[in-house]
Design a protein around this ligand. Sequence first.
Ligand SMILES: NC(=O)c1ccc[n+]([C@@H]2O[C@H](COP(=O)([O-])OP(=O)(O)OC[C@H]3O[C@@H](n4cnc5c(N)ncnc54)[C@H](O)[C@@H]3O)[C@@H](O)[C@H]2O)c1
Length: 321
Amino acid sequence: MKILITGGAGFIGSHLSHRLVDEGHRVTVFDNLSTGLKSNIADLIGTENFTFVEGTILDEPTVIQVMKDKDLVIHLAASVGVKLIMDEPLKSIINNLTGTENVLKIANKNKIKTIIASTSEVYGKNSKVPFSESDDRIMGPTQKTRWSYAESKALDEFIALAYYHEESLPVVITRFFNVIGPKQRSEYGMVVPRFISKALRGQDIEIYGDGNQSRCFSYIDDVVEALVRLINCDKAVGEVINVGCDREISINELADMVIKLTESKSKVTHIDPEKVYGEHFEDMQIRKPDLKKIKNLVNWSPSTTIDLSIKSIIESGDLAA
Ligand SMILES: NC(=O)c1ccc[n+]([C@@H]2O[C@H](COP(=O)([O-])OP(=O)(O)OC[C@H]3O[C@@H](n4cnc5c(N)ncnc54)[C@H](O)[C@@H]3O)[C@@H](O)[C@H]2O)c1
């Protein structure tokens, strides 16, 4: 297949690019290198089945160019990371909304199947455990900037589903839950690379809040495997699908595990998240996916444990910081 990956120089996109090229597909990565890095795909550049195009999804004529003759679009390009969203809300909202609108509009002209990356953030403050795909979304007020990411991604989902229902555009929406792995950058607010970077330097690990909040971290190789299976699954078209891991860990336990696995002398401190992100921040206690749907569709479930994931990030030495 000829596949376009928007945001393919980023964390998830670069791993996926390698896997799809290995499988014999012809992959074009389209990325503006805002948070992505050319070094993530350096070994692919110049190889026969790979093309890198630098540009933005906000620029319609270039998107039309890169989408020409493609059989599949995997749309990952977005403004991602709590810190980035809090620092640059306007840019992020426009990027995530207008960019996705462009990608879907142009894909629809040629009816190119499109996979859209969404997020567990769309469930918002709902306290249900676990989240299944049709659960309610409970959002905070618009004054809390953090919710703008969830809202922009939810609108992306609405637009994609509208294209599916009104225009018969084949779309698949994947809601990722805290993906981790080598190449993930620490500076945009991602907790695992931030903790590992600090631990390796012997610096204090700062936990935002009391650390009792928990998350379910999924390992990049598992997520790439899920995406590859979903690409080939006709029954996934028109569906919203959770992709993640259903084993939770508290942020306190995570910090302890990172310190142990890095054999670090770092100390753990707790700080008020408002001191880091300002008053326009709010956190959730737990976010856990119900994975029945993806299991039924493509017989996928995550296999990498959190300690193995952390070990592999440490061993790779690749935190893309
Ligand atoms: N990593 C996670 O845990 C996670 C969780 C939920 C959802 N997601 C979604 O998965 C996708 C990939 O995330 P990631 O973790 O790889 O983040 P990332 O920041 O590493 O990747 C995003 C990529 O998009 C590129 N990009 C941003 N704006 C662009 C634009 N206007 N034009 C072209 N390229 C642009 C960036 O340079 C980067 O390479 C995103 O859509 C994100 O919302 C990720």
